[in-house]
Ligand binder design. Structure first.
Ligand SMILES: O=P(O)(O)OC[C@H]1O[C@H](O[C@H]2O[C@H](CO)[C@@H](O)[C@H](O)[C@H]2O)[C@H](O)[C@@H](O)[C@@H]1O
Ligand SMILES: O=c1ccn([C@@H]2O[C@H](COP(=O)(O)OP(=O)(O)O)[C@@H](O)[C@H]2O)c(=O)[nH]1
Length: 769
């Protein structure tokens, strides 16, 4: 080991503040985490408060200038009523607020569910997972307690940032409470600090749906790496059947943004500590202690995800390959005790102790102890001195959300330019270019990497260090916090409009209906009058839907049109005997109701004639149907549709993208439209769409002084209908509604198909009094 001179001053941190949106300025941020980052101590009858340091606390330091914030979390244990009052006051003075959980709930929620079910599953250890209903109940209770506590402090326009796997039901529970109390413009973000596993593993979880649905009520979901985000998106597609893009989930019409925000540290804390007398003094002592030896450092919570046994075995292998006269190498392993209440962690301690004993017994001498094993936490000065003295930092996590130790080592190595040997299974491996990346399960490979790291020439170490340091200095905890909050502010701007969308006021609509004499009702079919089904044939109108439509049609002066993408044949069959007008194949064909006083025959929009287009399209669609199990081709009179609702959802989307590209090539310059439908790709004559049909219908009703209009639809094809009606009937009582709350051209929203039928039913009911 060479001696160490004081490190150079730290490079200036790159500002992340510039990222913060202007829109975020002045907003109030509420950070929610399982544990409040505080230590509460009682002296006599008084309580004292100390803020702990940590990644999140550092992250918020970057936001303090932009906004005020409050921290909401569990204070670590339950307190009696008298103490609660004092503690609440103390916390309030320090911008914190406690969520109290009784000790049994806290134990079952934290150790029983979060740490015994979600933690092992998310880290690819399903074998360690023990699912118990009582723990799940406690998890729900604890999340509900958080929701109640938050609902008491959240105000209109606040930003709420929820942390981690402990609180995955909270976004949904909180959203429900905020909606029911009429709070507006609250933005909810959620960040996962652990990995999100492959959907193949995630689907083991008995409550997999509830957990996904819980977080999907947020506006922005953050992950450390794109891999984790990708796995999450895939689970949403496979388990909930939702449509996803690379950066979002369509949660029933509400777009939830999914992004990657790799966390960092506050590197100046380490570079500044290295200038202090305490750390320099300790560093000098360590250098003397390890003179003539090379030092490898390991710092991990003693958790099965950290791969400590793998690290010890790799070190043993490395030692076994060294000649007797080679320079001595020691491993200083800090193993911070963790989660001792959980059985798997207790077992780990036993096996690690055994390995340390065996290796020290095998390679140790009176003068030389190969492994210095510290089963305890160390103070900050000691930790920084240890990082600084080490020639190599070895991280062998078998899975790890990020791993901040790797960043901290880099931040402490300005002088020595030590080598970081980092498991590819830590999130940090995706960012820390310049580290020696290893498969932690491959003992030979890790042993070889240790040899390589210890022999690496100074110039190469320096070059690697520069790359690593540049990243760590820029992607700080503050940068992480600021980027997430800036994005949360941005994503919500579009969603705000949808959040402000009012529900269709059924009684106002009924009053206007009663007051009118000539009424027009335009209704989409799939997703509006009938819930979407896996097989299109099964989506027949229910007896209730048919009864409701007939009652409407019976109201004198009321013209009801069902405007659908279905074929004339389907529409004819399904609505036989019901006195409604129909539009089929997205408006290509339409027909007036018998009560319109017009000829009842099907009419057709003038579609461009190109009789041969099917010859070009059909073989291509059939080719995709054969190659995509579960998909099929539906022939319509004028259009043709390839459905993939029943195919593997990801493979289906992939094939649909490919098919669209091929169709665009084959159909270039033909008067045809390639339409992205819900889990389907449709080809049909161009310039035929629903608003064109509604326009034609209205034109043919000319002379009819319509004095009430109601329209409802759930899809993208219905949006131009709403826009057209708003323009055409600007001076008439107009009730347009999208099904499901989302950005829309409609004036209102209706929750779902049942709610649509209920609103339609109310129109013809006699007034309440
Ligand atoms: O306090 P414990 O329950 O014992 O656990 C400590 C923390 O472990 C997890 O940390 C994760 O977050 C780090 C920062 O994002 C990341 O580097 C690491 O890979 C993760 O394991 C856990 O998510 C926290 O809730 C715990 O407090
Ligand atoms: O005795 C110690 C040794 C380390 N650490 C800190 O524990 C954190 C570990 O974070 P990491 O992301 O590596 O893993 P986690 O434990 O969160 O899974 C780092 O900030 C370390 O500095 C600590 O608190 N006490």
């Amino acid at each position: 080991m060479t001696s160490t001179t004081p490190p150079p001053p730290p490079p200036p941190p790159l500002s992340a503040e510039s990222q913060a949106d202007d829109a975020a300025a002045g907003a109030h941020l509420i950070v929610v985490s399982n544990r409040l980052p505080v230590t509460l101590e009682q002296k006599g009858s008084e309580w004292s408060f100390k803020l702990s340091s940590g990644g999140l606390v550092s992250a918020l330091s970057g936001l303090k200038r932009e906004m005020s914030f409050t921290w909401v979390g569990w204070p670590g244990k339950d307190f009696g009523a008298d103490d609660r009052v004092k503690i609440d006051n103390l916390l309030k003075e320090n911008a914190c607020s406690a969520v109290y959980l009784d000790d049994e709930t806290a134990e079952l929620y934290y150790n029983g569910f979060a740490n015994s079910i979600l933690w092992p599953l998310f880290h690819y250890h399903p074998g360690e997972m023990i699912f118990e209903e009582t723990a799940w109940d406690a998890y729900q209770r604890a999340n509900e307690a958080f929701a109640q506590a938050l609902a008491a402090v959240v105000k209109d326009g606040d930003l709420v940032w929820i942390q981690d796997y402990h609180l995955m039901l909270l976004p949904r529970m909180l959203r429900a409470l905020l909606d029911s109390s009429g709070r507006r413009g609250v933005k909810i973000g959620w960040f996962l600090h652990t990995p999100f596993p492959s959907s193949e593993l995630y689907r083991i979880l008995p409550v997999r749906r509830q957990i996904l649905e819980g977080v999907l009520a947020a506006d922005l979901l953050g992950f450390h790496t794109y891999d984790y985000a990708r796995h999450f998106l895939s689970s949403c597609t496979r388990i909930l059947g939702l449509q996803t893009a690379g950066d979002s989930v369509d949660a029933g019409g509400r777009v939830v943004r999914v992004g990657t925000f790799p966390i960092g540290i506050d590197p100046s804390k380490f570079s500044e500590a290295l200038q202090t007398d305490e750390v320099r003094g300790r560093l000098g002592e360590l250098e003397r202690r390890f003179a003539g030896e090379r030092v490898i450092v390991g710092v991990d919570r003693l958790d099965y995800i950290k791969g400590v046994p793998q690290k010890l075995l790799a070190f043993e292998q490395f030692l076994s390959q060294r000649s007797d006269d080679a320079e001595r190498v020691v491993l200083v392993q800090v193993a911070v005790p963790s989660r001792g209440d959980v059985e798997e962690y207790r077992q780990l301690i036993g096996s690690v102790n055994e390995l340390v004993g065996r290796i020290n017994g095998r390679f140790g001498t009176i003068e030389y102890t190969p492994i210095h094993f510290l089963h305890r936490s160390v103070g900050f000065a000691e930790l920084v001195a240890l990082y600084a003295v080490a020639d190599v930092c070895l991280i062998t996590s078998t899975r790890d959300g990020m791993n901040l130790v790797s960043y901290e080592y880099v931040a402490s190595q300005a002088q020595r330019h030590g080598v970081l040997v980092l498991s590819e299974f830590a999130g940090a491996a995706q960012s820390l270019d310049g580290a020696v990346i290893v498969n932690a399960w491959n003992i030979e490979e890790v042993a070889a990497a240790l040899a390589l790291a210890l022999e690496m020439p100074a110039a190469q170490r320096e070059a690697s260090f520069r790359t690593l340091h540049k990243y760590v200095a820029k992607h700080t905890a503050a940068y992480w916090g600021t980027s997430f909050i800036a994005e949360l502010t941005r994503v919500r701007q579009a969603a705000d409009a949808a959040a402000l969308l009012p529900p269709l006021p059924a009684s106002d609509a009924a009053a206007a209906f009663r007051g009118a004499t000539r009424r027009l009702v335009v209704l989409d079919y799939d997703g509006t009058l009938s819930a979407t089904r896996t097989i299109p044939e099964f989506a027949r109108p229910s007896p209730l839907a048919l009864r409701t439509l007939q009652r409407l049609a019976d109201a004198s002066g009321t013209l009801v049109y069902v405007v659908s993408g279905r074929t004339r044949a389907d529409m004819d069959r399904w609505f036989r005997g019901v006195d409604v007008g129909l539009a089929a194949e997205h408006g290509l064909f339409y027909r007036h109701p018998p009560t319109a006083g017009l000829d009842k025959e099907w009419r057709s929009l003038p579609a461009p004639a190109d009789p041969l287009w099917r010859d070009a399209v059909l073989p291509l669609l059939q080719h995709y149907a054969e190659r995509t199990p579960g998909s099929f081709v539906e022939m319509k009179e004028a259009g043709v549709t390839w459905h993939f609702r029943n195919a593997d959802p990801e493979f289906g989307e992939w094939q649909a993208n490919e098919l669209r590209a091929n169709l665009e090539r084959v159909l270039a310059h033909r008067p045809l439209a390639i339409v992205n439908a819900n889990k389907a790709v449709e080809v049909r004559p161009a310039r035929v769409d629903k608003p064109a049909a509604v326009r034609a219908i209205v034109a043919e009703l000319a002379g009819t002084a319509v004095d009430f209009v109601l329209a409802a639809g759930d899809g993208r094809a219905d949006e131009p209908v709403f826009a057209y009606l708003a323009q055409e009937f600007a001076h008439v009582p107009l009730f347009t509604a999208t099904v499901g709350r989302k950005p829309t051209a409609a004036r209102y929203y209706v929750q779902d198909v049942d709610a649509v039928l209920s609103v339609l039913g109310k129109l013809t009911e006699p007034p309440a009094n």
